[in-house]
Ligand binder design. Structure first.
Ligand code: ATP
Ligand code: ZN
Length: 308
């Protein structure tokens, strides 16, 4: 009998993350920023949660959706590309949905794209029928093709997809890229985004019905707080009230600011001190623009914690 997450009783939450790869370090950093700490097992495959009842299992990223489906893990941090590929694959053989994306995590960004011979001009509807496309994401690619009614041969490979055309195994590829440099280095032209991907928090299709529900809620609230302030800064400056509207136009990413009258100017016309939480990156250029528009004593402070 296949177990499901809901059927597995546990009083601690277990999260699967990638053991070694692109997602390992940022996943651990995000969880640590959310206040988690662990005791590592000697083989470094299991981290026992100390500050919260949240344990980590370190595995291959491709195993993460299946571990959630089987109820071995409750949550996982995995690329959307892997999660969707396995969702579509389950769907294609009639298996019920067992996991879904709970949150986008903002790291591990990449795109699934076609890599075509450099001399082609992209015209998928007429060009692709009958062609062989090498990919590690056959279900994602099959969905893209069938949505457009394009009959092409999907050649599934587990790695080194980009060399398939040179080896004569395929005519083009559909592969993960960040800059596209790997495709270009193999004489291929990156074109057409099949999927925009980043690391996501994956969880069961339904929530939890035992004590894990509360732990997961707490964790999600903390993760949301960490992600919200990742690029956020507290901006402080002084200015005369008259120039405030102009200054606020330069801060479209700011929360409604706190405005305080400076001593001796309580008549509503004088100078104010202002502090605002800004969610965009606060570059020197932006500070110089603010100064030109009348801000004085500009100060940018890091935000350490936030609880909405
Ligand atoms: P594992 O041993 O865990 O199976 P892997 O070789 O499948 O490792 P990585 O290469 O570390 O895994 O990639 C993990 C995830 O990182 C990918 O599934 C994808 O979501 C993301 N990623 C970000 N940028 C890239 C990129 N340029 N190429 C491939 N994956 C990327
Ligand atoms: Zn993998």
């Amino acid at each position: 009998m296949q177990r499901t997450s809901a059927a597995t009783e546990r009083d601690r939450l277990r999260i699967a993350i990638q053991k070694s790869g692109r997602l390992s370090e940022p996943a651990l950093a995000l969880l640590a920023a959310a206040g988690l700490s662990w005791q590592e097992s000697r083989d470094k495959l299991f981290y026992y949660g100390e500050s919260l009842p949240v344990d980590l299992l370190l595995v291959r990223d491709d195993d993460i959706p299946g571990l959630i489906a089987d109820g071995v893990c409750d949550l996982g941090m995995v690329g959307r590309n892997v999660l969707l590929e396995q969702s579509y694959e389950r769907e294609s053989r009639g298996a019920p949905p067992a996991f879904r994306e709970w949150r986008a995590l903002g790291f591990g960004r990449c795109r699934l794209m076609f890599g075509i011979p450099a001399e082609w001009t992209w015209a998928p509807e007429t060009q692709l029928p009958g062609k062989r496309i090498a990919t590690s994401y056959p279900a994602l690619l099959a969905r893209w093709l069938s949505d457009r009614g394009i009959p092409a041969d999907v050649v599934t490979m587990s790695g080194s997809v980009e060399i398939a055309p040179r080896l004569g195994q395929a005519d083009l590829v559909c592969d993960l890229v960040s800059s596209g440099a790997t495709l270009v280095a193999n004489g291929l032209k990156p074109i057409e985004v099949v999927l925009d991907s980043e690391a996501v928090l994956a969880g069961p299709a339904d929530g939890f019905s035992d004590v894990r529900a509360g732990i997961a809620d707490l964790l999600l609230r903390r993760l949301d707080g960490v992600m919200k302030i990742r690029d956020s800064k507290l901006l402080m400056f002084q200015a005369s009230r008259a120039v405030l509207p102009g200054l606020m136009q330069l801060l479209p990413d700011a929360e409604p600011p706190t405005v305080m009258a400076l001593d001796g100017h309580h008549d509503g016309t004088g100078d104010v001190a202002l502090q605002a939480l800004c969610h965009g990156v606060m570059t020197w250029q932006r500070l110089e623009d603010l100064k030109r528009a009348g801000a004085r004593g500009l100060m940018v402070l890091p935000v350490e914690r936030m609880l909405a």
